[in-house]
Design a protein around this ligand. Structure first.
Ligand code: SF4
Ligand code: SF4
Length: 311
């Protein structure tokens, strides 16, 4: 393993080619432990970043530690500049991306708001599992929290610890509006299905591939981190796979993430399942959007807070 716990790739360094510097390793690797031992022997102390990563069981700080960029990076001014660390901090605090499969920013089409304003709010709430707040406003359960959707103002707020905060994430707003417009009175079937069992499974290829691999990359060697991220999203733990959670994105849209850790024979694996009824309410592109939303929030690991972040 040539990449250090800090994220520096030693294998592309001339000092490594010349044998003047030995490669480092992740906080969970034998190479990292060896490097720490050598530093302690030769310099009388280890790199504080490497030592902290090993002690904290963090593989790579920039990918796996919620505290990155921490004071160990800032105090030592090594290996990254302050400007780089500030950029990392700023971008990590921004909301997740809100992109279409072709990489364009999503927006809620005007006609969707118009159609919503023409609907009978009482019927709509009954179908959606929402609560009518006023003639133009509904409260929609969302990950065991709530969204307040004001159709007249075209505004969506989220309940963050008892405070209504405006959502700064167009994909979430679009998903909420699409759900309200399309959900029917039919109840979920309580039967889990994989993407291959959906009628629209041909859709989920190429640019429409479900966004699962970033979650797997982040948590394949960190089941505890996955559990923390899932609990931050108020997921319900299930007795499936090595670790599995159900996320109640909207009342009739449960989504299940099942994670298996790897071993010598098989690599780690992550599977996303849906309720069999999902296609009664959502088209394939919306299912893609829902998985994008859940996966990005899991990678960020801070519950639904990032959706209201300014940045
Ligand atoms: S800064 Fe520390 S963690 Fe990074 S490569 Fe050097 S010794 Fe390894
Ligand atoms: S606290 Fe800092 S040095 Fe320690 S694992 Fe996290 S990012 Fe790395």
């Amino acid at each position: 393993m040539a990449t250090g716990a800090c994220g520096i790739d030693c294998s592309v360094c001339r000092l490594d080619l010349l044998g003047e510097c030995s490669t480092c390793g992740s906080g969970k690797s034998i190479e990292g432990a060896r490097k720490r031992g050598a530093q302690e022997r030769i310099f009388g102390g280890a790199c504080p970043i490497l030592a902290c990563a090993i002690d904290s069981e963090v593989e790579f700080c920039p990918k796996d530690c919620d505290r990155f960029p921490c004071d160990k990076f800032r105090d030592n001014r090594y290996p990254f500049s302050e400007a780089y660390l500030n950029m990392q901090q700023r971008r990590r605090q921004a909301p997740p991306p809100s992109l279409s499969p072709i990489g364009e920013g999503v927006t809620v089409p005007e006609e969707y708001w118009r159609e919503l304003s023409n609907r009978n709010i009482a019927d709509l709430c009954e179908n959606a599992g929402a609560i009518r707040r006023s003639t133009f406003s509904v409260i929609l359960p969302f990950f065991h929290s709530s969204l307040r959707i004001d159709v007249e103002k075209k505004q969506v707020c989220i309940d963050l610890r008892g405070q209504w905060v405006t959502i700064n994430h167009p994909l979430t707003v679009l998903m909420a509006v699409v759900y309200l417009l399309n959900v029917t009175e039919a109840e979920p079937l309580g039967q889990m299905v994989g993407v291959q069992e959906l009628k629209s499974f041909h859709f989920f290829r190429g640019p429409h591939k479900l966004k699962i691999s970033p979650v797997l990359k982040r948590y394949e060697n960190d089941l505890r981190g996955f559990e923390n991220a899932a609990r931050a999203l108020r997921g319900d733990k299930l007795d499936l796979a090595d670790l599995a959670f159900k996320f109640s994105v909207f009342p009739k849209i449960p989504v299940y993430y099942l994670l298996w850790k790897g071993d010598d024979e098989f690599p780690a694996n992550l599977v996303v399942l849906f309720d069999k009824s999902i296609e009664n309410y959502l088209a394939a592109d919306s299912i893609w959007g829902i998985v994008n939303l859940v996966s990005d929030l899991l990678v960020l690991g801070r519950g639904t807070d990032p959706l209201a972040a300014r940045g």
